[in-house]
Design a protein around this ligand. Structure first.
Ligand code: NAG
Ligand code: NAG
Length: 473
């Protein structure tokens, strides 16, 4: 946030970036800080940002913008994460940590659940945080308690992090609650457990990624647990600067597009659809493939003139989702569409795939995504989005303008198939919707917008902390 960076205006920087992106497609241990999508699913899928300083250049002449978080300077902030991994929740909290250190906050990080065995990934993330001025403390012990008591603000990340309160603070819980901002990114039933969230009504505020998710939490806490949500703020996420730089560089996009298409065996003139989510039933890859097959049938039956179509499932993980993936692959084989459907292993580098696509499909089922960061990332790449009418997607995709929405479940298969055919047959429509989506991202879903929204929440929490709760103690 603090520093201004201009893309990579010099050709040298640009090619370095392209090289990094291509390289990182096959490399898992790249350093990433921005989470991408699907926080409902803690094992979601995340985007690239090469946050190693290589692609950042300071401009001498850029107008200095006031940082909305400046008032956090010299404030002590304790961040409590349920875990530390390259998954959505922790990465987003790290993003906040760096926004705060960049304005001079003193930031302390605690990871509640550490793996029992030495974890390389966690080690490098801790190392990265230390390098950016974040202090890392053990979850338990006097120092953790003292820091919580001294802090101006404590951010608990995810519902699960609630377990830390009683376990560590014990008798001091009530003194810390009035300065807790609870950041919630999940929407599944088992998170509505008293074990996690019994202190929720007494914290200073809750911050949630979408209106739909906030509504859901309100209903479920009331109906299932008989507790009341604290003051709740909805904060939509934003695209990282690094992603926008790639998305807005036509040369980078073209090189990445060619590279990925070649690796998949997809020609430039073919139309490429993709779901970019960890493969799991909740993300609806099965229903997407059925819709894709249906769309091929429609084209054949109606003898439509449509370019060759391909579908790619980015987010494959045979070890984690063996049964479901076997089912997907069997479907593809049974229908004889192997030449049209491609599986790509789970990757952190989604930008190259976004560059290669023509249409993103966001097919998350049931209550949908909490937010679904991949959706705004795709829109940054000027892609139309075909999404389920559920969850955060409905707050991002404008139906009929930046894409089309279809119902969740089996009822959605035919509408999605028809939408696939319409977009495949109509490049002007794709381009028009893509441009609308891009405009919407520039207007509302940029890192700057997210920082502004977070800043106003933090300001209010600091002002109000303890006010409404004081009588309880
Ligand atoms: C919450 O409950 C109200 C009424 O009980 C209902 O109209 C609304 O659809 C519910 N919202 C969600 C997100 O479940
Ligand atoms: C994808 O993952 C599987 C196992 O999860 C592995 O066997 C395979 O080699 C991977 N493919 C690529 C291209 O990395």
């Amino acid at each position: 946030m603090g520093k201004h960076s201009v893309g990579f205006n010099s050709p040298k920087k640009r090619y370095l970036l392209i090289f990094l992106l291509i390289f990182s497609i096959s490399s898992v241990m790249i350093f990433i800080i921005r989470p991408s999508i699907g926080f409902c699913d803690p094992h979601g899928h995340y985007s690239v940002s090469n946050d190693d300083g290589l692609i950042q250049v300071n401009t001498g002449n850029a107008e200095v913008e006031r940082n909305p978080l400046d008032f956090m300077k010299s404030k002590l902030v304790l961040l409590v994460s349920h875990e530390l991994s390259l998954s959505g929740g922790p990465l987003l909290l790290m993003e906040l940590a760096f926004l705060l250190t960049s304005v001079g906050s003193k930031v302390v990080w605690i990871t509640n659940q550490k793996p029992t065995v030495e974890d390389q990934q966690m080690h490098s993330l801790e190392h990265k945080m230390l390098g950016r001025g974040v202090q890392v403390l053990p979850a338990k012990g006097q120092e953790a308690i003292d820091t919580a008591l001294k802090a101006d603000l404590v951010v608990l990340n995810t519902a699960v992090a609630g377990k830390w309160l009683d376990a560590v603070l014990k008798n001091d819980v009530s003194r810390v609650l009035p300065k807790i901002l609870w950041w919630i990114h999940e929407m599944r039933g088992h998170y509505f457990s008293v074990e996690y969230v019994k202190h929720l009504p007494f914290v200073a505020g809750a911050m949630i990624d979408s209106h739909t998710t906030a509504e859901y939490w309100k209903n479920r806490t009331r109906e299932r647990l008989g507790i009341k949500m604290p003051r709740t703020y909805v904060v939509h996420l934003g695209n990282s600067k690094e992603l926008m730089e790639v998305a807005e560089d036509s040369v980078a996009r073209r090189v990445l597009r060619e590279h990925i298409r070649e690796s998949l065996g997809v020609r430039n003139e073919d139309v490429l659809f993709a779901v970019i989510n960890s493969v799991s039933r909740g993300k609806g890859q099965d229903l997407f493939l059925r819709a894709f097959h249906e769309s091929l049938q429609i084209i054949q039956d109606q003898k439509l003139q449509v370019p060759v179509m391909h579908a790619v499932i980015v987010g494959s993980d045979m070890n984690a989702q063996t049964k479901f993936e076997t089912e997907l692959r069997k479907f593809v084989k049974d229908k004889g569409i192997q030449d049209h459907v491609h599986f790509v292993n789970k990757t952190l580098a989604v930008a190259p795939y976004l560059a290669a696509l023509d249409v993103l499909v966001q097919n998350s089922q049931a209550r949908g995504e909490c937010f679904g960061r991949i959706t705004i990332e795709a829109m940054a790449f000027q892609l139309p989005v075909l999404g389920t009418a559920a969850g955060g997607t409905t707050e991002i995709v404008v139906d009929g303008s930046t894409g089309w929405l279809h119902p969740v479940g089996k009822e959605g298969i035919l509408p999605l198939a028809k939408n696939i055919v319409k977009l495949a047959a109509n490049p002007e429509m794709r381009s028009k919707m893509g441009k609308k989506g891009y405009g919407r991202v520039k207007e509302t879903f940029m890192e700057r917008d997210m920082a502004n929204r977070i800043a106003s929440v933090l300001k209010e929490v600091l002002q109000n902390k303890g006010k409404s709760n004081r009588l309880r103690f």
